[in-house]
Ligand binder design. Structure first.
Ligand SMILES: Cc1cc2nc3c(=O)[nH]c(=O)nc-3n(C[C@H](O)[C@H](O)[C@H](O)COP(=O)(O)OP(=O)(O)OC[C@H]3O[C@@H](n4cnc5c(N)ncnc54)[C@H](O)[C@@H]3O)c2cc1C
Length: 424
């Protein structure tokens, strides 16, 4: 770990739950920050931001509480703007080599195709969505960060007790990787602290930023199996009366299946046992596809949507899922977070170049612009989720007619652009 101060020692801070005051309201103390930027959270967004800043020569470190990368499969879709973000830090080609290109999509109901989408209509330069498991994406980013700034990623360390002063942020780090001689938290400081610590962000809570629920909540079950479909390069969306079933190609001849479930009670979907049998049964019943005898990594999850009231509090900034939770059904939280990171990289560079008094301008711009983008993404995901909700009779007929309309003419191009995250 880098040089640290012991809380309760030189700075007089006591570990505990201390509210984060606004930087401008704290009486000035001298600027002794040891890092330019500290990033809490080594998920895909924190790692990408760290690579961007390290490329500029910024002194940036990432503090990640997990001792090892997360094994659970989450994001697989890397959309054209996300791929450009990976290109910006030099891992785009490695991602293309490891992933598989999804070039088109098909929407069906009860065995009939309602419409088709070609992703080259949205972005002729990158005419596909890349499918790459999140663990592989994170590995590529962590390896790149190790090249750009060796030792910048600290695993097995948890950040807490964040306090702002004029010109710097101080925070406590503990855990097996913290190098604390006596087991006590080690204090660090940085000119800016970024909370890239996910949906349950402790940084957001310490900064006193409210987290508001938005429309769009439902339960799903998902899992990866060998691809037995007749469309190995295509996304398949089944808008069935009982609820949506989606499937996407994965590298290595695998396919990700996701199905809406009727469990529906608040939060009951998270990690529900029996997910394998449920997924196999639902897919067979709604689409006729046979997933085999078992889906070993099947799991249930509840999709929710939330937005932070603001993304900036003094020198503390939120990015990625810490700032917005977007439903993975028709939403792309990781890609949205990478677009935040591209903007935040420029804003922080401008702040670090200037005197400490001028930091508000670029960060205010980040707050406004990315807040708007997150609201649009949440609205779009809520619409997409409603399209996949159970529907019968007239409602089903109206929905199928709407899908047919969306899949022709100019609407088709707009839909492809929305699917591939243009305008976010
Ligand atoms: C089933 C599913 C499928 C998805 N599919 C897609 C998809 O196809 N495309 C897409 O774009 N998105 C998808 N998403 C969303 C995507 O997974 C998230 O948006 C993405 O992981 C957010 O990245 P992040 O870095 O902001 O946060 P996270 O990935 O949550 O990383 C936050 C990190 O912070 C660490 N941390 C937390 N607190 C502390 C602390 N106090 N100190 C130190 N470290 C801390 C955590 O250990 C974690 O590693 C999906 C999500 C789910 C659940």
């Amino acid at each position: 770990m880098g040089a640290g101060l012991t809380p309760g020692g030189e700075t007089g801070h006591v570990p505990g739950s201390v509210p984060v005051p606004d930087a401008s309201s704290v009486p000035g103390s001298e600027d002794t920050a040891t890092l330019d930027v500290a990033i809490v959270g080594g998920g895909p967004v924190g790692l990408l931001l760290a690579c961007l800043l390290a490329q500029r020569g910024v002194a940036v470190d990432v503090f990640e509480q997990r001792a090892a990368p997360a094994p659970l499969s989450r994001a697989i879709g890397v959309h054209p703007p996300g791929l450009r973000a990976l290109d910006a830090v030099g891992v785009g080609d490695a991602a293309r080599a490891a992933g598989v290109a999804i070039r088109d999509g098909r929407v069906a109901c009860r065995g009939r195709v309602l419409g088709a989408l070609d992703f080259d209509e949205a972005d002729p330069d990158l005419p596909y969505v890349l499918a790459l498991p999140q663990a592989d994406t994170e590995r590529l980013l962590a390896e790149r960060l190790a090249e750009l700034r060796p030792g910048a990623l600290h695993r097995g360390v948890r950040v807490s007790t964040i306090r702002q002063f004029d010109g710097r942020v101080e925070f406590a780090v503990d855990g097996d990787g913290a190098d604390a001689a006596d087991g006590r938290p080690v204090a660090h400081s940085a000119r800016y602290l970024v909370g890239a610590d996910g949906v349950r962000s402790g940084v957001r809570a310490e900064a006193g930023i409210a987290w508001r629920a938005h429309r769009g909540r439902a339960d799903y079950v998902m899992g990866d199996v060998p691809d037995r479909t007749d469309a190995p390069g295509s996304a398949l969306l089944h808008f069935e009366p009982g609820g949506v079933v989606e499937s996407f190609p994965l590298p290595g001849g695998m396919r990700r299946w996701v199905a809406m479930t009727a469990w529906g009670t608040r939060g009951a979907g998270d990690g529900r046992p029996g997910a394998s049998a449920a997924l196999i049964g639902i897919v067979a019943e709604r689409t006729g596809d046979d997933l085999g005898a078992e889906v070993p990594d099947a799991r249930a999850f509840t999709a929710r949507q939330h937005l932070a009231d603001r993304f900036v509090a003094g020198r503390v900034v939120l990015v990625g899922d810490a700032a917005h939770e977007v439903s993975p059904i028709g939403g792309q939280g990781m890609n949205l977070g990478w677009l935040d990171a591209l903007h935040l990289d420029r804003a922080l560079a401008a702040c670090l170049d200037g005197a400490s008094a001028v930091h508000r301008g670029p960060l205010d711009g980040y707050d406004r612009t990315r807040g708007r983008a997150a609201r649009r993404a949440i609205g779009q995901a809520a619409f997409n989720m409603s399209m996949g909700a159970p529907a019968h009779g007239l409602r089903l007929a109206a929905r199928n007619a709407a899908v047919r309309l969306l899949a022709v003419g100019p609407a088709r191009r707009r839909l492809a652009r929305a699917f591939t995250m243009r305008g976010l």
